[in-house]
Design a protein around this ligand. Sequence first.
Ligand SMILES: Cc1ncc(COP(=O)(O)O)c(C=O)c1O
Length: 385
Amino acid sequence: MSKYKIEFAPVDFSDAIKYVEEVLKSGWLTSGKFVNLVEERLSDYFKRPFLLTSSCTHSLELAYKFAIEKTEKNLFVVPTWTFAATANAAVNVGGRIAFYDVDDNLSVDFKSLARILQKHGNDVAAVVTVDYSGLPVDYKKVRHYIDMYAPQALFIADCAHSFGSSYLNEPAGFFADIACFSFYANKNLPAGEGGGVLIKSEWERDFRLMRLHGISKDSWARYGSGKWDYSIEIIGKKANMSDLHAAVLMAKLERFDEDQKIRLAYWAKYAEVVEGIEGVRMLPLSIGVRRGNAHLAVLLFEDINRRDSVMQCLVDAGVMLSFHFPPLHIQPAYTSEMFGVEVVESFGSIAEYYSNRVFSLPISAYLEPEDVDYVCENLYRCLHT
Ligand SMILES: Cc1ncc(COP(=O)(O)O)c(C=O)c1O
């Protein structure tokens, strides 16, 4: 039993039981029918090939490995305000890193991005963006900077937070060369564990090979066709999704639009409470054509002590909170020589400023309306004490 009255991101997976049961009864638990079905649906939605993987982290590793091979460069320009996976994946495929800063909405700071690209543009394999909290980055502007300073580089979008968001009326990730998604347990579209990669049609074969050891036919294709022979064409990774996870994903995909309506309504309730209170604001859901999915409900405070006291007040009331993210450029893993990570440049003063001024409120389509009312009442009280 949790000590919290309100969980941070609860999910009820019981609607997936029917599909999971079907998978278990079929005896085929690795990638199979459900992986293919979900891939078909998501490829239709994105109008580009979408491959399921075991996680967003593995999707990033595939994308980065591909970028190194394609560009023959190994520098990854990543935001400092992100989860460890965005940068670790670069190190795990032999890449170097440069960290750029965030703006006041915890999205791309174009000044620091430009400074890195002006200095290191020729070495860049990929510029990586993160749609933090589900708010899409300005995809066209990022592309413009890549074209200007590092035209060989790929644009890789870490869309771990942004399934269901849109930019210029296209799904988040659409305007990048490669976009990596997470279906981790707390995401808007959860499978428990899982990820996916959105690619260009001409790269589909490369990614299928990379996803499963470089083998020319996965086992579903081998057993299905009755032809067992295969060749190993490249040194790949092991990053396929199991059919059990794809079955959960199918169930959640079927109710995604309904879940999103509830999540957006909850986000709006929090925004109403915070509106007009001095010294605190909510990270915007959308900015112009950049339309978010309310993955996180992030509060930003002007005063560090007030942030701490409001957090404590909510925790005392039994409300579970979260914090995203400690900036990466000051973490031991990236600053200590011990780990052999090569960081060629770091910008992060804005990220450092916000790092102790934010926290995230509980948000999920599976919170009850009265749970959200309880958070709102306590948020109001804590902001006024
Ligand atoms: C920005 C970002 N990128 C990547 C990941 C990694 O996702 P996964 O757990 O699917 O590997 C996360 C996880 O939450 C994330 O927040």
